[in-house]
Design a protein around this ligand. Structure first.
Ligand code: NAD
Length: 260
């Protein structure tokens, strides 16, 4: 592999297991020469996340529940002590209650709405706030979005609204962070079989039907997303910020799908 990210340090949030997009990105960053720290959501996930981190020689593997300002601050302090400065921050985190991810969007509860927005949207802002003092000039921040931000995807419901807010956050954060020479972008990935995706009612059907619509008629993998993440981290994308980069085989450009 090329050393596109040689001598760079990355922190990747959202590793739940070997299927996680965060894990695909952490592995690819490491293959491209970066020193990668990883974070996972609470001790229940430690037994999966720690061996994964160790397998890429990670020396920083920390639990951080992003719904807690105290945990975010504590882990940022540890990262400061461990790395001093970092170059890349990857946010691959989302959560909505399972019963919000089926049926009518208007059934969304206040509590469910707030939880989805807090964990899937505000957490990006909270992480940027906490890590901004230690991100080097030329650095890159990225988050993960989905087409449901832009168009209606059945059952995606409150997560679609959350992803729209996440993409808007990316633009505001890109403006803020541009002042210190740091870029902020989103990757909008096509459907991938992960833990988070399995919570969306009808995901299997969407996953199967995806290849009938996308011009590149194959399902998206975490490696596909990780390749785009390496690009968005590297200097190859040094003038790209505030963007949503689709990694979806062109699914989003199709207006009306043809019959096969
Ligand atoms: P995943 O389940 O592997 O990752 C989601 C992560 O969010 C998990 O690591 C989970 O522990 C973490 N998380 C949830 N609540 C948290 C909290 N309170 N604190 C810290 N972490 C918390 O699934 P994934 O598909 O890899 O999801 C990663 C990102 O990619 C999400 O933003 C998701 O919406 C997005 N995405 C996924 C797909 C897909 O089809 N899988 C498509 C487009 C975008």
């Amino acid at each position: 592999m090329s050393g596109l990210l040689e001598n760079k340090t990355a922190l990747v949030f959202g590793v739940a297991n070997e299927r996680s997009i965060a894990w695909g990105i952490a592995k690819a960053f490491s293959e491209h020469g970066a020193n990668v720290g990883i974070s996972y959501a609470g001790e229940a996930l430690a037994k999966r996340a720690i061996p994964l981190g160790e397998s890429i020689g990670s020396t920083f593997i920390e639990s951080c529940d992003v719904s807690s300002d105290e945990e975010i601050a504590a882990v940022a302090d540890k990262a400061k002590a461990h790395f001093g400065e970092i170059d890349y921050l990857v946010h691959a985190i989302a959560f909505a209650k399972r019963d919000e991810l089926s049926g009518a969007y208007f059934s969304t509860s206040r509590d469910g709405f707030q939880m989805a927005m807090d964990i899937s949207v505000y957490s990006l802002t909270a992480l940027v706030q906490a890590y901004q003092p230690m991100i080097r000039e030329g650095g890159s921040i990225m988050t993960m979005s989905y087409y449901g931000a832009e168009k209606v995807v059945p059952s995606y419901n409150v997560m679609g609204v959350a992803k729209a807010a996440l993409e808007a956050s990316v633009r505001y954060l890109a403006r803020d962070m541009g002042k210190q020479g740091v870029r902020v972008n989103a990757i909008s990935a096509g459907p991938i079989r992960t833990l988070a995706a399995s919570g969306v009612s009808g995901f299997r059907d969407n996953y199967k039907r995806f290849v009938d619509v996308a011009p590149i008629a194959k399902n998206i993998t975490t490696e596909d997303v990780a390749g785009a993440a390496v690009f968005l981290a590297s200097d190859l994308s040094s003038s790209i910020t505030g963007e949503v980069l689709y990694v979806d085989g062109g699914f989003n450009i199709i207006g009306i799908a043809e019959e096969n």
